[in-house]
Design a protein around this ligand. Structure first.
Ligand code: GTP
Ligand code: MG
Ligand code: ZN
Length: 306
């Protein structure tokens, strides 16, 4: 996250053309509207944007947004900018891990320049029983250790990794993703040491009755910003109109291995002298490779639709 200067702030949310701005130091929290020039340029400010503001002279809405600073990323769904870290939360107990969802979220994050962290929860529930009957930790580790994405294992009374995670998310814009019931809300409360309710849906209820587009809001906490974005569940790589080769680049372990494939444009499916197909399961897990192939087919089929 870029630190705002004195005439700069971060957008927490936008409702009805008005934007709530925030800065930690020196503290600032005010409402602003964009200058007319934005409307002409069809540039829409987003939650997460770093902006420059000045006084408007209007006591009702005291500030105007003069400029949006260049974005590091811009997400369509959920609509926000400059997300730094995605905490992909997976339960070691129930609900059963959805490996396709994990892979999709990892790729989406990498392709959007977001750092994905894997958070395995409910460790306390599996440590005393046979592994393998639900979501074995070893299975998850075997799949994702070759990726080198950071992994944190948490559970009630298993807080060793919590401190590590807390330091890693300082001064960052953070969002949570994962199935219902994996422990996202629990994690938020543990990380920030208080009961914060992110999902009260107030803005939705206050809106015009049934509204399908939900307002995204950033919550300032401990020098970071938490994005309340349930939208990650629904991401579809097939709708992103991705180049399959670009998709392949979002797999760090594939990238590493494919340097040794005979063909530059190797799809790692059937080509001779493919280093990926020949690789040991410690370099890329065979199940993750299978899922990669299926996801790649989905993307190719999606592209043919357009
Ligand atoms: N034993 C144990 N239970 C946990 C742990 N983390 C979460 N839970 C429990 O799992 C249940 C679901 O946790 P939540 O934090 O509500 O899950 P969520 O991901 O926010 O779910 P949604 O809001 O539906 O998306 C709750 O009863 C939690 O108390 C854990 O590490 N250990
Ligand atoms: Mg929750
Ligand atoms: Zn190959």
């Amino acid at each position: 996250m870029q630190k705002p200067r004195n005439n700069q702030a971060i957008i927490l949310k936008g409702v009805g053309g008005q934007y709530l701005l925030h800065r930690y130091d020196p503290f600032f929290k005010e409402i602003a509207v964009p200058r007319g020039i934005f409307r002409k340029k069809e540039e829409t400010p987003l939650p997460g944007d770093l902006i420059e503001y000045s006084a408007s002279g209007d006591p009702d809405i005291p500030y105007v947004i003069d400029k949006i600073l260049p974005r590091k990323n811009q997400l369509i769904r959920p609509p926000m900018a400059n997300l730094d870290i995605l905490l992909i939360t997976v339960s070691l107990d129930l609900p059963k891990a959805d490996y396709f969802l994990i892979d999709r979220l990892l790729s989406y994050a990498v392709l959007s320049k977001i750092k994905p962290f894997l958070i395995f929860t409910k460790y306390d529930l599996i440590s005393n029983q046979e592994i393998d009957n639900k979501n074995s930790l070893s299975e998850l580790m075997a799949n994702y250790t070759p990726t080198n994405f950071p992994v944190f294992v948490l559970g009630n009374d298993h807080d060793d990794d919590l401190k590590k995670l807390q330091t890693k998310i300082k001064n960052q814009v953070v969002a949570f993703a994962g199935q219902s019931g994996v422990g996202k809300s629990t994690l938020i409360n543990r990380l920030f040491d208080k009961n914060i309710m992110l999902t009260d849906n107030l803005s939705e209820k206050a809106g015009r009755g049934k509204q399908t587009t939900r307002h995204i809001e950033l919550f300032p906490y401990c020098n970071s910003y938490l994005a309340d974005t349930p939208g990650f569940q629904a991401i579809s790589l097939a709708d992103m109109n991705l180049d399959p080769q670009v998709f392949a680049n979002s797999y760090p372990e594939l990238n590493e291995l494919s340097k040794d494939c005979q063909f530059n444009n190797c799809t790692h499916r059937h080509e001779p002298k493919c280093a990926v197909l020949a690789a040991d399961s410690k370099k890329i897990h065979p199940d993750r490779l299978k899922r990669y192939n299926l996801l790649r087919k989905e993307i190719e089929a999606g592209n043919r639709k357009y």
